[in-house]
Every structure is written in C-alpha cells, then in structure tokens.
Design a protein around this ligand. Sequence first.
Ligand code: NDP
Length: 309
Amino acid sequence: MTINVLFAAREGSWPNYEAPLNAAFEDLGLKVDLARTHAPKDVDYIVYAPNAPLQDFTPFHRAKAVLNLWAGVDAIVRNPTLNLPLARMVDPGMTTSMTEWVAGHVMRYHLGIDRYVVNPNQNWAPHVPPLASERQIAILGMGALGSAVAEMLMRLGFHVTGWSRRPKDSSIPMHHGADGLRAALSCADMVVLLLPDTPATANTLNPETLAWLPKGAFVINPGRGPLIDDQALIAALDDGHIAGATLDVFRTEPLPQEHPFWAHPKVTVTPHVAAETRPITAARVIAENVRRGEAGEPFLHLVDRDSGY
Ligand code: NDP
C-alpha cells in the first residue's frame, strides 16, 4: 500500500528535499507518495518545518507522526492542535555543521584573530595566546549537538565541562541543575549555549549567572535567543565583564535593525546559520522514522511534550 507523506515546509525548500527524500524512501523499500498537497484525511506522515503555513493539525486524523525537519521544536511543541507523536531532527550533517561553526568562533576568540584582521595602523604587536589546554569551555546543553561540540573541542585540546538538565554519564566532566550551572560557569573562559528554548531555559544567562563567569569570558550562542537576557548581556559587555559575544539566534529573527546587538563593537551577529538541516542526511532520518512507524517500532528522537524538547 502507498504511504502518503505530506511535505509541509517553506515553498523554497521543496527542490532541495524532494529527490533526497524519495531516494531515502526507495532505499528502505518504502512505497511513498511524497507531495506538497494531500487531502488531510489521507496523510500518513507530515514532514514539517515550523515556518510552514500549516499550523492546524486537527484535520490529520489518520497521520501517525509529525517528523520535524528542525532540531529545535519550540515553534511547534506547544501547538494545542497537535495530538500526534512529534519527532525532532537529529541529522549527522547538521551536527557536523554545528561543530564546525562553534570551532570557528571558539578559535577566533582563543587565538585573538581580530587584532590582526582589523589592524588599520599596521601595528606589529605579537600576541601569544595560551594553548587550548590552558582554556576551559562550558557547554550548556549536552544533547545531540552539545555532546558533539564538546568532543570536538576536547580533540582540539580544550578543557570542556558540560551542563544538562539531568545527571549524565559522560567522559566529559558534567554538571546539572541550578548548582551545577554555577560550577560550570565559574571557571569558563568561554560558554557555548546549546540548550533548547523551553520555559525552564529562558534567560539562562542573566545578570546573576553572567556574573558567575570569570571576567573576560566570551559568550557563543547558537542555541536560541531567549536563552540570554539581552539587556544583561549588553550591560556585562559594556562594563568589561564579558569580553565578546557571538550570537546566531535572537528573540526576534531577523534581528530588528534597531537592536543594539547590531552596532555593539563586542558583538558578532550571524543570521541563524550555525547549522542548517542537510537534506541528504536528514532525508535518511525521516525515511527511517517512516519505516519504524510502518513496522510499529518506536520513532527515533521523539519529543517529550511536557519538558518541551
Ligand atoms: P537535545 O534535545 O539533543 O539536547 C538538549 C540539551 O539541553 C540536553 O542535554 C538537555 O539536558 C539540556 N537541557 C534542556 N533543558 C535544560 C534545563 N532546563 N537545564 C539544563 N539543561 C537542559 O537538542 P540538540 O542538541 O539537538 O539541539 C539543541 C538546540 O540547538 C536546539 O533545541 C535548537 O534550539 C538549537 N539549534 C540551533 C541551530 C542553529 O542553526 N543555530 C541549529 C540546530 C539546533 P538532558 O540531557 O538532561 O535532557
């Protein structure tokens, strides 16, 4: 029997996903009719990006799951019309992209690259940075992305500590809970935020927790905008407690022109580019979840609607 899969994502992403998804379904021997429109009553699975026009899931009586194309589910997890299992995206291509993006921004701060990139007075002023093994980096959020980032930074020689909601067995020194946050931040030269946006993670970096960081620390946020209290970060940058911040995600995107982050000399704004979903690798994850759904096996990467991620 043919499985009807609705592709509900922004119009422009269809050309990138159509062929990889069809190839991945075929590889698993699944007979799928993948389309941008299906009668809701006939749909078996919804491949979904939260920026799609589809917001009302009530007509999809037969559907077995919503398969999110994004890692973050903050824009769908509280949708009251959604009563289907929701799987998020854990994509090896996206994970690699995130590790590369974080590595680049960490190395920029670690090596002090800016002093040579912008040097209008042609100042010959050698600066010897410490070795990576003399730096401590805290990763807030040790899930699919945070763990991969932590391992990569350790391979580069950095000392890494992680922070998660629950205790975790890991080769990386871990902290959890409110007390653990203070322990993770208090010795960090840099902090990388890879938490989901949930009610519990809002303003994780605020006036109090920013003050726990040592003076001169750097903040790198590819997680979600609400993880940081914007005004508190600007105050900490202005008084010199925080040396710089690289921000990929914001409370409002695109970041409004009048937002002080744009003009702040210690802030680098990147336009939510840290880790795009990569169609070829992501299509295999989607196809595997359709296969599981058809076989009555548990879906991969199911979202816990109560905790919001
Ligand atoms: P995961 O769900 O795999 O990991 C989330 C981590 O955050 C887990 O370690 C979890 O702890 C921890 N966490 C959640 N709530 C809390 C809390 N209240 N206190 C402490 N720790 C908490 O997510 P991913 O690693 O796949 O993705 C992380 C986020 O990265 C996404 O939600 C998304 O917002 C962002 N992202 C950004 C992209 C970009 O381009 N900028 C691209 C992709 C993702 P525990 O292990 O105990 O559950």
